[in-house]
Structure formats: structure tokens, C-alpha cells
Write a protein that binds this ligand. Structure first.
Ligand code: NCD
Length: 339
């Protein structure tokens, strides 16, 4: 898979080799993310960070990832503060903004908006969420977190319970596509009927030969799961108040539930934000990986930005230790000696 100067609008662009390239580079970002080393490799580069829909983690982690690598960030948030509020088309917005920056990260409420933006842009566009469509970089950090948390046991053969709003969320569809690149994954889709995984996704998973079941039996699914992926109800995309009333509070993960149902080594993920579906008493369990998952976003986004800007080959030699953080020793251990 090619990265340089390519837009990343869908997880469908990835193959296993592409994932390996990205994840290997993401691991090499650890000293910089941990402030043990510094890099100015993106000095002189500008990220256009366009968030037309609400965001905390994705927006800030893309910005921090870029700034940690020495780049600068030019951003707009919401539609109110941009010319979209005046009725400007996405085509015009992107046609202009491409001349202000070297790479664009965009979140937009319309399904397919990232693909459209990429068509208007001469600089790479990275999809940071297009309505109920996709959230590729979230799925990449989710898969990376599963691999890291399972400590060498990999993804093949994993049973994953995906719980909550599987219909209106965009994280689950993207993650499912990436998981389907791995052999023998079993999918347990746990949701009330109103929020179950849509037919085309279920069909596609089964057509590729994977075992996938829809169920509302949470306890049984939790007992089988190696990985649990919890999600919030996407209120902002559900117009029907009756549906909201019917599904609210149906599935809430608590520490007691984890301890009574889950395997000892279960990995618990959530893309965040959580509202009331994931109790804070789960947080102190070693299995609660969701804040580590959020932190991994920096590694994944740094790596992806370097790849699309074609800078990965120069990364190691851009590193300098951050001695005030005790990084000199760590850096020399992490980087191979120059030939
Ligand atoms: C997700 C999103 O925006 O789709 N948030 C995120 O980027 N971590 C999940 C959500 O909002 O529920």
C-alpha cells in the first residue's frame, strides 16, 4: 500500500502490509510521545485541522501529533466559525485551504465528505470522521491497541464483542473492516434491535467467511470475548425520541459486570467519549484499556502524518534526546546505531 501524498479516507485502503508499516512506525514514535526524545522533522509544515463536527480527542491528538514532530497547526472548529455557515460549498473551502497547508485533517457531518474533499485537494486529506460513515484513524488506533494489549498474541482467532450503538456509530464499521483482514476473528454484535449492526455489514463479514452473530444476550457474549468494544449511543444521529427512550441505559458496563462475566485477561476498549454506558468503577481494572487506547492515537496519527508526507525515512535521524526528561539513555537504547 502506498502512503506518500495519498489521502486516507477509508479503512478499505489498508492491507496487512500497510498496517504493519503504520504500526511499526507508530511504535518508533513512542520516545517522542513520551517526551523522552524530540523531533523537528515537520518543521515548516502546516496541518489544516478542519473540524466541522464536535471533537476533543481526535482534533487535539492530530494537532499534538503534528506539533510534537515540529509542525504547525492551522485549525477551524464548528461550522459557525467557518464560511460553511455563510453557505460556502465544501469544494470551495477545500480548494482554498489546500493552498494554506501541506495536509488536511477533516471531520464533517456528511457521509462521504472526506472522499469529496480529497477529490478537490492537491494535498492529502485524512478522514477524521464523516458523519455515520467511517473513522479510519480511530479504527487504526483501536486495532493497534488490541495488538499492544494482547502482548504478542496477535489478532487472529480473537473473539470480539462489540456492544452498544452499532447502527449510528462510525467507529465499529471501520474497526470491523480492519479486523476482517485477520484470520478467524469472531464477531459478537451486542445491541438492542434498534441499534443492531446494519445488514450490509453483517452480510459482508459473513460473506468473507467470518462467524458473526447478532445478539442481545450481553452476559453470554462477555463470557466468550477476548476483546470488548463498548460504544455510546449516538444521540446526535437519532431523531426518534422513542428509540432513544427505549435504548437508553440498556447496556451499561460496570466493574461488577466485568468481574462476574468477563475473562480475566479481557481487553476493554471504548472510543470515548463515554456518557453513562461505561461506569467509572471499571477504570481501575487492569483490563480497562480505553485511556491507553486514546493515548495510542498520538502514535498512530504521528506515524500516519509522516507516511502521507513521505518523511518516515528521515525520522530516526531527526531525533534528539530530551535530556531534561532523562531521555538520552532511552533514545540510544531505542534507535539503532547509525551505519
Ligand atoms: C468517536 C466519534 O467521533 O465517532 N469519538 C472519537 O473520535 N473518539 C466516538 C463517539 O463520538 O462516540
Amino acid at each position: 500500500m502506498e502512503f506518500e501524498n495519498r489521502s486516507i479516507v477509508s479503512v478499505n485502503q489498508f492491507d496487512l502490509a500497510g498496517l504493519d508499516t503504520l504500526f511499526d512506525l507508530a511504535r518508533r514514535m513512542k520516545p517522542v510521545a513520551a517526551r523522552k526524545a524530540r523531533s523537528k522533522i515537520l518543521d515548516g509544515y502546516i496541518l489544516g485541522n478542519l473540524f466541522f463536527e464536535p471533537s476533543t480527542r481526535t482534533r487535539m491528538s492530530f494537532a499534538s501529533a503534528f506539533m510534537r514532530l515540529g509542525g504547525q497547526v492551522n485549525s477551524t472548529t464548528g461550522t459557525v466559525n467557518s464560511s460553511l455557515a455563510k453557505g460556502e460549498t465544501l469544494a470551495d473551502t477545500i480548494t482554498m485551504i489546500q493552498s494554506y497547508c501541506d495536509v488536511i485533517v477533516m471531520r464533517h457531518h456528511q457521509l462521504g465528505a472526506a472522499r469529496d474533499a480529497a477529490a478537490y485537494s492537491s494535498v492529502p486529506v485524512i478522514n477524521a470522521g464523516d458523519g455515520s460513515g467511517e473513522h479510519p484513524t480511530q479504527a487504526l488506533q483501536d486495532l493497534f491497541t488490541i495488538i499492544e494489549e494482547r502482548q504478542g498474541r496477535g489478532v487472529n482467532g480473537v473473539t470480539i464483542a462489540l456492544v452498544g450503538d452499532l447502527k449510528f456509530g462510525r467507529c465499529v464499521p471501520s474497526l470491523v473492516i480492519l479486523l476482517c483482514l485477520h484470520a478467524g476473528v469472531r464477531f459478537l454484535f451486542v445491541a438492542p434491535p434498534e441499534l443492531q449492526i446494519p445488514d450490509p455489514i453483517l452480510r459482508s463479514v459473513r460473506d468473507q467467511g467470518f462467524e458473526a452473530i447478532r445478539t442481545s444476550d450481553l452476559d453470554s457474549a462477555l463470557k466468550e470475548a477476548d476483546v470488548v468494544y463498548w460504544t455510546r449511543i449516538q444521540d446526535e444521529r437519532i431523531d426518534d425520541r422513542n428509540v432513544l427512550a427505549a435504548v437508553r441505559g440498556k447496556y451499561v458496563l460496570t466493574r461488577a459486570k466485568v468481574e462476574s462475566c468477563c475473562r480475566k485477561d479481557v481487553v476493554i476498549l471504548h472510543p470515548l467519549p463515554r456518557i453513562d454506558e461505561l461506569h467509572t468503577d471499571v477504570d481501575s481494572l487492569p483490563n480497562a484499556a480505553y485511556f491507553r487506547q486514546a493515548a495510542n492515537s498520538i502514535l498512530i496519527r504521528m506515524a500516519l502524518l509522516l507516511l502521507v508526507l513521505g518523511k518516515e525515512a528521515d525520522f530516526d535521524k531527526s531525533l534528539s534526546p530530551a535530556p531534561d526528561q532523562g531521555g538520552a539513555a532511552e533514545l540510544s537504547a531505542a534507535t539503532p546505531p547509525a551505519p
